[in-house]
Design a protein around this ligand. Structure first.
Ligand code: 13P
Length: 258
């Protein structure tokens, strides 16, 4: 299974800035990218076409940060999976904590989006993660299981495992500089794997589980080597090409030689 090194640029960057950063990223990493790694960038919608064109190298992909659950129609402000694909996206993101907790998306809607994106031919990354009060109350597994079961409810049981990934992003670690500890990450990822296997059977062992939350160039090598960590989803430290390129190569033989 290839590790997926993903950048979520959230609501940052103009088209021009995004395209420039994507080109720099390819320049810094494409000829050194280990065979067992892939790179994915989620730019804002307005920059998707430019970024997907700029990521013109083997193993590099673009994705859409969100989409609605219809092909087209009178849904002002929304965008469909087909439109994302038309602009060069191979991936879609669902259930990000900012969409759940800032924009008010519920578990069921996240599940509808996950299934619809897959049906439309996107690869989908479903994000899950607990808030700090839920962790303090000992409810991490309860929250993850609820978000996963609802998020996956309508996904066909025989979905190809390379088309569905889960990102574990503890809300308290996002944008705070407070990265989850190795034991917390291993426990949560092991639990996510267990739920995935209970839903999809052995196929789930080939699904990627990404970690997100204050991943930086200097902690990524350790995180990416942990059990059941099949990639990372990076916010702040992915915005500069130099920083994200060090994350993309972190812990690899090439990064160790540099
Ligand atoms: P930070 O890397 O800025 O903590 O953001 C993580 C995230 O939300 C990625 O989707």
């Amino acid at each position: 299974m290839k590790k997926l090194m993903a950048a979520n640029w959230k609501m940052y960057k103009t088209w021009d800035e995004a395209e420039t950063t994507a080109r720099e990223l390819v320049g810094l990493t494409a000829d050194k990218l280990p065979e067992d790694r892939e790179v994915l960038v989620f730019p804002p919608f307005t920059a998707l076409k430019g970024v997907s064109n700029a990521l013109d190298a083997d193993g590099f992909f673009a994705g859409g940060q969100d989409y609605y659950i219809e092909k087209e129609g009178a849904f002002t402000g929304e965008i469909s999976p087909m439109m994302l694909k038309d602009a060069g996206a191979a991936y879609g993101l669902t259930g990000h904590s900012e969409r759940r907790h800032v924009l008010g998306e519920g578990d069921e809607f996240v599940g509808q989006k996950t299934a619809y994106g897959l049906e439309c031919g996107l690869k989908v990354i479903l994000c899950v993660g607990e808030k700090i009060d839920e962790r303090r109350a000992g409810k991490v597994e309860e929250v993850l299981e609820r978000q996963l079961r609802a998020g996956l409810a309508d996904v066909p049981r025989d979905v190809a495992p390379d088309r569905l990934s889960v990102a574990y992003e503890p809300v308290w670690a996002i944008g705070t500089g407070e990265v989850a500890g190795p034991a917390e990450i291993v426990d949560a990822h092991g639990f996510v794997r267990k739920i995935l296997v209970s839903v999809f059977g052995e196929n789930a062992n080939e699904m990627r589980i990404l970690y997100g939350g204050s991943v930086k160039p200097d902690n990524c090598g350790e995180i990416i080597a942990l059990d059941n960590v099949d990639g990372v989803l990076v916010g702040g430290a992915s915005l500069q090409s130099e920083s994200f390129s060090r994350i993309v190569l972190a812990g690899s033989a090439i990064a160790n030689k540099v």
